[in-house]
Design a protein around this ligand. Sequence first.
Ligand code: PLP
Length: 404
Amino acid sequence: MIKDEVRTPTAVRDAQRWTAHSYNPLPVVISSAEGAWVTDVDGRRYLDCLAGYSALNFGHRHPRLVEAAHAQLDRLTLTSRAFIHDQFADFCRELSQLCGKELVLPMNTGAEAVESGIKVARKWGYQVKGVAAEQANIVVAEGNFHGRTTTIISFSTDEDARADFGPYTPGFRLVAYGDLAALTAAIDENTVAVLLEPIQGEQGVIVPPAGYLPDVRRVCTDQNVLLIADEIQSGLGRTGTTFACEHEAVVPDMYLLGKALGGGIVPVSAVVADADVLGVLQPGQHGSTFGGNPLAAAVATEVVRLLATGEFQRRSAELGARLHAGLRALVGKGLLAVRGRGLWAGLDIDPALMTGRAASERLMSRGVLAKDTHGSTIRLAPPLVITEEEIDHAVAQLAAILTE
Ligand SMILES: Cc1ncc(COP(=O)(O)O)c(C=O)c1O
């Protein structure tokens, strides 16, 4: 059990005092980290089972990523896209090849990748599909989480995310996640895209019914609608494959990537698609001062090279099986349900026992960091460098809080 706080209470109070309260963090103040472990200002160590919501898939400060960042910091950090830099082509080519696509549009945050994907889909609709001006619509799923911009929260079904931020951006149609008939019915001649998370992370790691994604793919192809996969949280090794879509052999028209693409060091996101889609953008029509900057490109290229080895996907699949076996054994013993793929799990704790927040706090007091999402659901997404023993340790701590 963790005790003897010296600096934590003051550090928590100061952080609260000087920030907008748009988060409710656990009262832990981290000052250093390595691999799957973080250390707080009082020297206590915690197993990080959240991994920056998948932004730290390769663990904290992976040596190859830190080395790439250091080397780039010493040479060139920013040019803007007014000029070309020497890290840019490798990054775009290697990421395109990892995705099996032709072009990359680099951005910074996940929400920017989603916004960019929406813009590209609309332009594609008008210029390629022939949709009437201003009439484009995009079909999205209830329970989605795609980011925090005004357009994106316009089609959120989470009242906390949405309320009082209107007026909202029109042009989105919500359908139940996993319901093919509803999705098919929502598509009309003005539909330019279906935008989905292949697994809904924020909603509690919701895996759609088997066959749903391939069916959506087929409907999109039949109706000349782009399938946009938001793999910002699910992609880049998290589920045991490079992309979550791969589990059902689905290839979207557009990948939206972020989080782990920046190696836990810098924000890097991207839209990746073929030239018949991304080629609709011409100079002056979209951009970002920091998108694809040299530091981001150097780190992200190394991320792509790590993924190209297949090692992390393999670890996620093998260790994920161990994690899920351990968690399944707790169903009926305080857990109501466990979902997920690879090293990614959503756990529904029996609400009669405790809230998800209380569970996160109890896990924290036992040296394991995780975070509740909705109600009594906890999300586990440890770094893919976690070991078997560390997984067993995390599961044991969870078992302990369910019975203490
Ligand atoms: C599926 C998905 N899309 C988009 C985003 C937004 O990413 P960012 O917070 O980097 O803007 C997130 C963040 O959690 C996400 O999980």
